[in-house]
Design a protein around this ligand. Structure first.
Ligand SMILES: [Zn+2]
Length: 290
């Protein structure tokens, strides 16, 4: 017996399948991750059109069969193409890193509507980022401290830290929605708020920060200066649109975002299947040497 299923979906992966078809992995709003066979999708006049492009958001209809594991895509109506992401390599890479994470950490047919909305929101924000030249001219002469946490970090000689900051922010929030929100404001042991302007220790296994007093002489986590802690906190608790509206000079350049990103990846590595995480890092170009 076959069942017809309708859902809103984001296209996470597309592979050619035989001569005329495609195998498409969607992240659906109602049913989580599903893989569908799109028959005839490789033909020039395929009925699916741009709905099967990477990151495209569409309304899909598919059939599930009791006896077959592969689902059959019946229809896909494009809602939003996100084609603007392909016009700039850094934006595209950032979108790929986010979708790779989702692709690898969620299980088939396990709905996660919050994560779906998060991905959609971050893809929308990424696409809305201005072109590098526009960003540069917008921020010319706007250097110095904004006085708000996480935004005062460093002046950048590289004008494109925003896609990387959005990836870092997405990973922190996605992990939170999946049940692993890192504790960044209070010491995990004494529960006192971490004092500003003081370093702390980030223990990825325990899932958060430990104050210097509790860490003692032999701290178990990595030392985190207060600027990096501010950045992590800022990226976890600030809406994507607000991060995107920051002047790039107020955010760390990509090289300075790496310590927090590395910490985030270390944290994720403790809470998700290591094989899945390594595969995500490799596919998303987030190996340690970047
Ligand atoms: Zn403490």
């Amino acid at each position: 017996m076959r069942r017809i299923v309708r859902s809103e979906a984001i296209c996470l992966r597309v592979q050619d399948y035989h001569e005329s078809s495609k195998l498409v992995t969607f992240f659906t709003l109602e049913h989580g991750k599903v893989s569908c066979l799109a028959k005839g999708a490789r033909r020039l006049r395929s009925k699916f059109g741009a709905a099967l492009d990477l990151f495209a958001q569409s309304r899909i209809i598919y059939y599930s069969h009791e006896t077959r594991t592969l689902l059959t895509l019946s229809d896909a109506e494009l809602v939003r193409s996100f084609s603007g992401l392909a016009t700039e390599p850094e934006r595209f890479l950032a979108a790929e890193q986010m979708s790779e994470f989702v692709l690898r950490v969620i299980q088939p047919q396990d709905p996660s509507p919050q994560l779906y909305q998060l991905l959609l929101n971050y893809l929308t924000t990424l696409e809305s980022l201005q072109d590098p030249e526009a960003e540069e001219s917008r921020t010319q002469g706007v250097k110095g401290s904004s006085g708000r946490p996480g935004t005062r970090i460093l002046e950048s000689s590289t004008p494109r830290p925003l896609p990387g900051a959005l990836v870092c922010s997405f990973l922190l929030k996605a992990a939170s929605f999946l049940g692993f929100r890192p504790e960044l404001r209070r010491c995990l042991i004494c529960r006192r708020p971490i004092e500003s302007k003081r370093p702390a220790y980030f223990d990825p296994g325990r899932g958060g920060v430990i104050c210097p007093r509790c860490a003692g002489d032999k701290p178990s986590g990595a030392r985190l200066d207060s600027a990096s802690l501010d950045t992590l906190s800022f990226l976890l608790y600030t809406p994507a649109s607000e991060i995107a509206s920051l002047s790039p000079q107020f955010l760390s350049p990509p090289s300075s975002l790496l310590p927090p990103l590395d910490l985030v990846l270390g944290f994720l590595g403790h809470h998700f299947d290591p094989l899945v995480l390594n595969s995500f890092r490799w596919h998303a170009g987030l190996e340690r040497n970047i």
